[in-house]
Write a protein that binds this ligand. Sequence first.
Ligand code: PM9
Length: 458
Amino acid sequence: MNGPVEPFKIKMVEHVKIPSEKRRKEAIRNAGFNTFLLYSDDVFIDLLTDSGTTAMSDNQWAGMMLGDEAYAGSKSFYNFEKAIQDVLGYKYVVPTHQGRGAEHLMYGHLTNPGQIVPRNMYFTTSKAHVELAGGTMLDVIIDDAHDPENENPFKGNLDFKKLQNLIDKYGPEKIAFVNVELNVNMSGGQPVSMKNLRELKEFCDKYKLKIIFDATRSSENAYFIREREKGYENTPIIDILREMMSYSDGCIYSAKKDCLVNMGGFLATHNKDIFEYTRGMVVLFEGLHTYGGMAGRDMEAVARGLREGAEYEYLKYRINQVRYLGELLMKAGVSIVKPIGSHGVFIDALKFLPHLPRDQWPAQTLSAAIYEDSAVRTMERGAVSKGRDKETGENIFPKLELVRLTIPRRVYTNTHMEYTAESIIRLYKKRDSITGLKMVFEPKHLRFFQARFEQLSL
Ligand code: PM9
């Protein structure tokens, strides 16, 4: 059998087509070599992101029809709240339109100007919201995470020495809170171990520091704990999730990933003060505290999707489909981040295009070249995403310069994975002929979304 067997059957299809070579050439140039600026009509297989791109189940669609659209006190909100309480174990829930709405409220509340937010590894929107509140986000992930070849099974873990150094340098009062991303997106979908979370809680209690999770891909992290951490082999995913969350004060959550929906988010907490403050603020920015920017039907879909997304059989298929694509590439000699992560395969662009200097944006270049070859849309996750140093204004060139092939949940078949792998392998064979890019337009915030590039000649 090629690839993992899907634990579902397909009830509805959406037609997609491969644009001609001429159209692909034109489309990527019109988009300034930025895959975010392509029209989706020009895309055959869309691996830009796993965010909001899920296929929902019949159970979720049935829930959509039952959505209660009352402005206040919607029945759907209480189903949403109950699902979060049951699956994650938090008592208090504040709905938001998507993850960054929750980041705005939570990080904005807990960060004072001049404070530091240590996090295993930054995520673009998270870093931007901490900076908007006047803080600085600093990475304290273990060194192994910066090495694509390192096979540590928990490459998302925090390094306590790095955390201690920050506390010694700035003093505990300057640390706003400690932020932990569960399954670290920017390092390749790498999990945090339960042991690391347990030890972090003991560490932070000594300094009375709050711990806030970015729990966006926590169900996928829980799957890895069950697969890799001694003692959890037979533990239900929900029990693993509840134990993970017990080591935090609260979390932000983009429901567009592990909750298997197209839109939604929330923050949740065990802490009454955080709850009271953010519940007060949500009405200013998102909507009333019983909808927070979502329609009733969206909350109903999240409630059902959070439970479905924590089912072991589903997660097993999901993670093995990503692995299937990664293994096809590895077999052909393409360097990818190892171990293969949960939500995507990350190509090491520095190894793929070693002839390009960093300021010719190797990952951006490769992402554009993949589109031009096959109409597969991927995303840069390297120096363009990282942005500039806040103090010096210089470009930051992180060790990881990656192209992310992000797999939407329950959307593509294993044959789509094979088509994608064939395109990348074809390019790999003629990689010396690929030329770099020059950035010609750079927006101030989250530049990777809208930056434009021109192709350099050989
Ligand atoms: N992640 C992703 O594609 C979508 C936006 S950036 C291209 O990976 C984490 C860990 C995320 C995330 C979004 C957000 C923001 C917070 N934390 O997109 O606002 O991966 O729902 O969530 C994206 P929203």
